[in-house]
Ligand binder design. Structure first.
Ligand code: SAM
Length: 285
């Protein structure tokens, strides 16, 4: 678990509020893109604190939008901040923030699902997998339609030690729909235990940090939001290729749904290690 870090290690000059930025650049949230903004900087500070100590760290923020979380990350005294934003309308507002923190911000107008994270940070930050995590963090409040496929892609990257994990056990602090956050962190035997729980927990320490009520966002989404922190494990709990684990776990949970069969206790992921190729008779995950 990351020790919550401090914020306000760097003071940004006076800037328009996030609400004023939204008006100034006419950044109306696009419902079809599931855009919901955080305007309360105490809340964005609270999210950023979950990442741990960020002083002099290298951070990638995915989907900065009007820049609320971005301000909190800069206030934490980071060395470098890489912003990856798909919607071009946000770039001028982000440039204004970049000018307020000279030399610290790099803005990429692009899609996080295709961006090559292997080249995102300086090579001297690389740590060996068995070492402490590198001083690199990923933070983001993305639309739910992006955050779930993205975490599955990044879990695969964890298992292959590529993408953002080319640098070592890079930590991530991301938001999800509350129910997805519960599934990611569900214990064996819990009703929420799912494919996502096993895939995430066999590769990472996963912590459900806190829930943000929907009304904290503008416009308000229909659901509450969970902030989830991931630290890749030195040793995955199931030492098999990602694709095989995914296939076996998918079959196991389909089986459970189909027959409501209490016989699969989903309690011991390590037993999956004994699997060879093909599917198990009754795995304990
Ligand atoms: N982080 C801001 C906040 O908390 O107020 C904005 C949050 S809004 C829910 C999601 C942001 O992610 C939007 O700015 C949207 O344009 C951006 N986004 C959506 N899909 C993206 C993608 N594939 N790659 C990068 N940014 C994306």
């Amino acid at each position: 678990m990351a020790a919550p870090g401090k914020v306000a290690a760097f003071r940004l000059p006076p800037l328009p509020t996030i609400g004023e930025i939204i008006k100034l650049f006419r950044l109306k949230a696009l419902k079809q893109l599931s855009q919901n903004f955080l305007l309360d900087l105490r809340l964005t500070d609270k999210i950023v604190k979950q990442a741990g100590e960020l002083k002099n760290a290298h951070v990638c923020e995915v989907g900065p939008g009007p820049g609320g979380i971005t301000r909190s990350i800069l206030s934490a005294g980071v060395e470098q901040l890489l912003l990856i934003e798909k919607d071009a309308r946000f770039i001028p507002g982000l440039q204004m923030l970049s000018e307020a923190a000279p030399g610290k911000v790099r803005i990429v107008h692009g899609d996080i699902l295709t961006y090559k994270m292997e080249k995102a940070f300086p090579k001297h930050l690389i740590k060996s997998w068995e070492d402490e995590p590198p001083d690199i963090h990923i933070i983001g409040n993305l639309p739910f339609s992006v955050s779930t496929p993205l975490i599955i892609k990044w879990l695969e990257n964890v298992s292959k030690r590529d993408g953002p994990f080319f640098y070592g056990r890079t930590q991530m602090t991301l938001t999800f729909q509350k129910e997805v956050g519960e599934r990611l962190t569900a214990n064996p035997g819990s009703n929420q235990r799912s494919r996502l729980s096993v895939m995430a927990q066999h590769l990472c320490t996963v912590e459900n940090c806190f829930v943000i009520p929907g009304q904290a966002f503008v416009p308000k989404p229909e659901v509450d939001v969970a902030v989830v922190h991931f630290t890749p494990l030195v040793q995955p709990k199931i030492q098999q290729p990602f694709e095989l684990v995914e296939k076996v776990v998918q079959s196991a949970f389909q089986f459970r749904r189909k027959y409501c069969f209490r016989g699969i206790e989903f309690s011991d992921m390590r037993n999956l290690q004994s699997l060879h190729h093909g599917l198990p008779t009754l795995p304990h995950v």
